[in-house]
Design a protein around this ligand. Structure first.
Ligand SMILES: [Zn+2]
Length: 156
């Protein structure tokens, strides 16, 4: 085999490994800002106020961004930690599945919102709020409406 002959699966595998290993390094962009390490699931929590598109929190693979004023907001933290867990369990594929598939986005958000709901002091009110968020903020209006979101967020 010639040194320059490219094997697509080797290239794909390399890209995947580089993506996987380099993911936590994106926290270095916010070097100097307050950070925490979470062990289960493994994640880096960055506290910063300038967030993408005015979001309250975000997770990029194993890095979680939370506004400083939301520090200690357990429902929010556990929502984002669930996204991190999804990243680990899907070997990083959740990033692409979340972005390109409405069904996976619904699955992932539903799991995250249900996890966050466990930490809400007012579960009834939060369930309505979450159902509204789920139907309006995630481009899922083709798949579900408010009533279905509300039912899906309930206990089994
Ligand atoms: Zn989410």
């Amino acid at each position: 085999m010639k040194w320059y002959s490219v094997r697509p699966h080797v290239v794909l595998f390399t890209v995947f490994i580089v993506f996987w290993l380099s993911n936590p390094l994106i926290a270095l962009f916010d070097y100097g800002k307050p950070m925490e390490v979470n062990l289960s699931p493994p994640a880096i929590i960055v506290y910063k106020s300038d967030m993408f598109k005015g979001a309250t929190a975000a997770s990029k693979g194993t890095v979680i961004y939370i506004k400083p004023e939301d520090k200690g907001n357990l429902p929010l933290l556990h929502h984002e930690l669930t996204h991190c867990k999804q990243f680990w369990l899907s070997c990083g594929m959740s990033v692409f599945l979340y972005h390109y598939s409405d069904k996976f986005r619904l699955l992932y958000e539903l799991e995250a919102f249900r996890e966050g709901l466990k930490y809400e002091p007012d579960r009834k009110g939060a369930r309505i709020e979450y159902a509204l968020l789920l139907t309006t903020e995630y481009k899922l209006d083709k798949l579900i409406d408010f009533e279905i979101a509300y039912l899906l967020l309930g206990d089994k």
